[in-house]
Ligand binder design. Structure first.
Ligand code: NAP
Length: 284
């Protein structure tokens, strides 16, 4: 089986981040993240806990704020925006809000209340717009994690045919953009794409972020392709499954779930918090 693990890369990023966090704390600036959570479902609770644990291990303070209405979220975000002790703010999904808005639009809409400097998961329309325009901003950590994994495993991107399955604001679109910036030739597929297996078989690099366990089977992948599985689907036994059939790893390179994109995402998020804290300490 050819696996493209993420844990080693994540551990390296976390170690670097812990050192930087320690230095900042010693100089009088304790890096601090706030996680705003509006739901208490098991998957969200697990995600929030894992961020809080990873932050604690890296020497980053982490406050979890719970509220269950859009108004509550806005009020909490406004207070966090003004709090000089808070360097990074993330909103855990799913979120309440106007049913007319897609989940991605709901996140972007609420995230308008996160100042650019504290938007460590690149969730606000301002961060996303700046990313698209090539201006400095934090990229969504999951999208950045996909690129970090490809770089870590020395996968050439320039000129390569890449298919991204999924077009969410949180993952699909930003990851497609980051790949394009690296000179890949990018196709974005979604639930209305016709002939998905033939389309994805054209990919030298396939990034899957659909949130559908087993969506991508062996018939969707060409031999020797590199497959990044972003999907995290809870299984009945309390585990986690990706969007890609693990059998794909018998003839292509595949990131494992768990242990692939997930730990790298968390590590990058914490790196962003330390960067935000350093920027704040330097008054920029
Ligand atoms: P999302 O907002 O539900 O978007 C899913 C995307 O997949 C949509 O664009 C959808 O197409 C597409 N899709 C759904 N079914 C499809 C099908 N049968 N064929 C082709 N495309 C299909 O989800 P998300 O927030 O992007 O998250 C995607 C997955 O990544 C989830 O499993 C999530 O848990 C996981 N995730 C993991 C991390 C991590 O760190 N590992 C972080 C964030 C998210 P339409 O647009 O046409 O509906």
């Amino acid at each position: 089986l050819t696996q493209l693990p993420g844990r080693e890369l994540a551990a390296g990023i976390r170690a670097e981040t812990a050192t930087a966090a320690g230095e900042l704390t010693e100089s009088g600036c304790q890096p601090r993240l706030a996680v705003v959570s509006a739901t208490s479902d098991e998957a969200t609770a697990w995600y929030v806990r894992s961020i809080a644990n990873a932050a604690a291990r890296a020497g980053i303070a982490c406050d979890v704020q719970r509220t269950n209405t859009s108004e509550g979220i806005r009020a909490t975000l406004a207070q966090l925006a003004d709090d000089p002790e808070i360097h990074g703010v993330i909103l855990a999904t799913p979120l309440p809000g106007a049913p007319a808005l897609s989940p991605g639009a709901r996140l972007a809409n609420l995230a308008t209340s996160i100042p650019l400097a504290k938007d460590v998961d690149g969730a606000s329309p301002e961060s996303l717009g700046r990313l698209l325009a090539g201006l400095p901003a934090f990229a969504p950590a999951t999208a950045e994690a996909v690129l970090a994994l490809l770089d870590h495993h020395e996968v050439e991107l320039s000129g390569r045919r890449v298919v991204v399955v999924g077009r969410s604001v949180v993952v699909g679109k930003p990851v497609a953009h980051l790949l394009l910036e690296r000179d890949a030739t990018v196709t974005i597929a979604h639930s209305r794409s016709a002939g998905l297996p033939a389309l994805t078989r054209q990919a030298e690099i396939l990034v899957v972020a659909a949130g559908r366990a087993g969506l991508i089977g062996t018939e969707h992948v060409s031999p020797a392709a590199v497959v990044i599985d972003v999907g995290t689907n809870p299984t009945s036994d309390g585990g986690l499954a990706g969007d890609v059939d693990p059998a794909v790893a018998s003839f292509a390179s595949l990131t494992p779930v768990p242990g692939g994109v997930g730990p790298v995402t968390t590590a990058l998020l914490l790196r962003h918090v330390v960067r935000a804290a350093r920027n704040a300490a330097q008054g920029s």
